[in-house]
Structure formats: structure tokens, C-alpha cells
Design a protein around this ligand. Structure first.
Ligand SMILES: [Zn+2]
Length: 69
């Protein structure tokens, strides 16, 4: 029975010829993780604001519907 050997290929980043078994080499993997973390950090306050607005709108609608009864 043949043993499966993981495919080793070049990193997906243009200009990077580091061999890897994943999509990106270790350096670029870390780099993209850091980028995602930075993006999430930047987006979180906006998400919090958006959900606060939705909550306020929902509360407003609830109050309005009770007042109209
Ligand atoms: Zn790379």
C-alpha cells in the first residue's frame, strides 16, 4: 500500500517561493492572521454601534406598538 505524501508546493503569495504544505507559508500565514485580527478589531466597534442602533430601533418599535394599543 502506498503511503500518502502531503503535496509540497510554493506559497500562494505572489513572489514568495517558500515551500509549504498549506496554502501559504508560515510567515504569510501569520501575516494574514494578523491582518484578519486587525480587521476584526476595526470592525468590532462598528458592529457594536450597529447592534446598539438595531436594539434602539427594536425598543422604539416595541414602545410605539404598546402605545398604539
Ligand atoms: Zn509566503
Amino acid at each position: 500500500m502506498l503511503r500518502r505524501v502531503p503535496m509540497v508546493h510554493e506559497c500562494a503569495r505572489p513572489g514568495c517561493d517558500t515551500l509549504t504544505m498549506g496554502e501559504l507559508c508560515l510567515d504569510h500565514e501569520r501575516e494574514s492572521e494578523a491582518t484578519v485580527r486587525r480587521r476584526v478589531k476595526r470592525l468590532l466597534p462598528r458592529l457594536a454601534t450597529a447592534s446598539a442602533l438595531v436594539a434602539a430601533a427594536a425598543a422604539g418599535a416595541l414602545i410605539k406598538s404598546r402605545l398604539l394599543r
